[in-house]
Write a protein that binds this ligand. Structure first.
Ligand code: ZN
Length: 421
């Protein structure tokens, strides 16, 4: 009999962890699909993702707060909704791989009559001023090319800021060897700023055509998606589990940033944990928030703490999940050194259960949605995974590249950790 019970318990645990990662994969894959177009600002990507997440909350029987799944807010964002073409010697460069635009880039639809700036021109204010004056007066040159490949440290930094200034005067191509990293901007330069991989630039010689449409959206409408699960016994005390679902959207009509690790993976884990807590409720209520506008500057979480749907003082702890798709090299906990006692609870569960290879401690950082809660005096952790997958804010951060290696262990660790409150 004992043996039978043991086997049943084993099977039950095994089955539930199997379904956790399978469910995590399903939701992550869905969020990375073209339908949501990088969960950004064109093709209604973020809005469709919000609807999908609300339907997943509803399916699980979670509850709405104030009769809605959504908390709405607006912000300004620069977008690239239509044409996105860069041609060198009549050959199209591949968007996201051979080149990207700066998030603040303006439009550029032209054949280039350009000047390649030398380093001595770049670092000589007088010379640079003369070049700019000539461009503005004669209107013959319509683009500048800056080669940053041999620059490092402070001189690279300086040239990057010069490029921003030059994009106020004419279109700019920056030749680079750096990894492409896209983000979100709330402003638009008057002209295009395009980053091109060095080897492509050399290969392709000097006939350049661009067809890039940028559009600054003044009042982009966005929604946090919010649900809650009541505690075992009625209480006002609440734990908050957060993950941002928005990402970088797209660049042109055909290229989008899937945001697999960042943060379809963490968003999916809200549901894996909701399933756990549904089966076995906690002492406290759990509020689940899929935040919008994180990539645009932590805007969804800022809006929430400034316009809370219930009293913030009832929130005993906030657990934010962002980049949860790997974990082969363990996890990092932001705010660990600010709340050492809480960190110790997490660490001891990991040591007891032998789940992750390491848990690294970090101090305060304004790098995800936990930040505003700590600023409002609420203890909060941000957990992110570490592993061989280094795709970040680029077109390579796909569902297919995620290992989900530690997914079940992470759900177990975070689930048990939240039970200690
Ligand atoms: Zn993120």
């Amino acid at each position: 009999m004992l043996k039978f019970v043991f086997i049943s318990i084993f099977c039950l645990t095994f089955n539930s962890s199997f379904s956790q990662v399978e469910e995590g994969r399903r939701i992550t894959k869905e969020l990375c699909s073209e339908k949501y177009f990088g969960r950004g600002y064109i093709k209604s990507g973020d809005s469709l993702a919000a609807e999908f997440l609300a339907s997943e909350f509803e399916k699980r029987g979670l509850k709405k707060i104030k009769k809605s799944w959504f908390q709405e807010f607006n912000f300004t964002v620069n977008t690239f909704p239509a044409n996105m073409e860069v041609k060198f010697n009549d050959k199209f460069l591949i968007t996201g791989k051979d080149y990207i635009v700066d998030p603040s880039s303006g439009s550029s639809n032209m054949n280039w009559n350009y000047k390649l700036l030398t380093n001595s021109e770049l670092f000589d204010e007088k010379k640079l001023f003369e070049i700019v004056a000539e461009i503005q007066l004669k209107k013959i040159i319509n683009g500048l090319i800056v080669d940053t490949r041999l620059l490092k440290g402070d001189s690279l930094k300086k040239v990057k800021s010069i490029q921003f200034q030059l994009a106020q005067i004419c279109a700019v191509i920056s030749v680079t060897d750096e990894k492409f990293t896209f983000s979100v901007s709330d402003e638009q330069f008057p002209f295009a700023l395009i980053y091109v991989k060095g080897e492509k630039f050399l290969e392709n010689g000097n006939k350049i055509q661009t067809n890039i449409d940028a559009k600054l959206i003044k009042n982009h409408h966005s929604r946090n998606v919010i649900a809650y699960l009541p505690a075992k016994k009625r209480t006002k005390k609440t734990l908050l589990l957060a993950a941002h679902y928005d990402h970088l959207g797209g660049m042109g009509d055909n290229t989008y940033f899937p945001g697999g690790n960042d943060n379809a993976s963490g968003t999916s884990m809200l549901f894996a944990l909701a399933d756990e807590f549904k089966k076995n409720p906690l002492k406290y209520n759990v509020v689940f928030i899929a935040f919008a506008g994180e990539e645009a500057g932590l805007l969804g979480s800022k809006h929430f703490v400034e316009n809370p749907l219930f009293k913030l003082k009832h929130i005993k702890f906030v657990q934010n999940l962002d980049i949860m798709g790997s974990g082969e090299e363990g996890i990092t906990v932001v705010n660990a050194t600010i709340f050492p006692d809480i960190f110790e609870k997490l660490n001891s569960i990991n040591e007891r259960e032998k789940l992750l290879s390491q848990i690294k401690k970090r101090g305060k950082a304004a790098n995800s949605d936990h930040y505003w809660f700590t600023e409002y005096g609420i203890p909060a952790f941000f957990i992110y995974t570490m592993g061989p997958n280094k795709n970040y804010h680029d077109v390579f951060d796909t569902y297919e590249d995620l290992s989900f290696n530690e997914y079940n262990d992470l759900v177990k660790l975070i689930g048990e950790f939240l039970r200690t409150f």
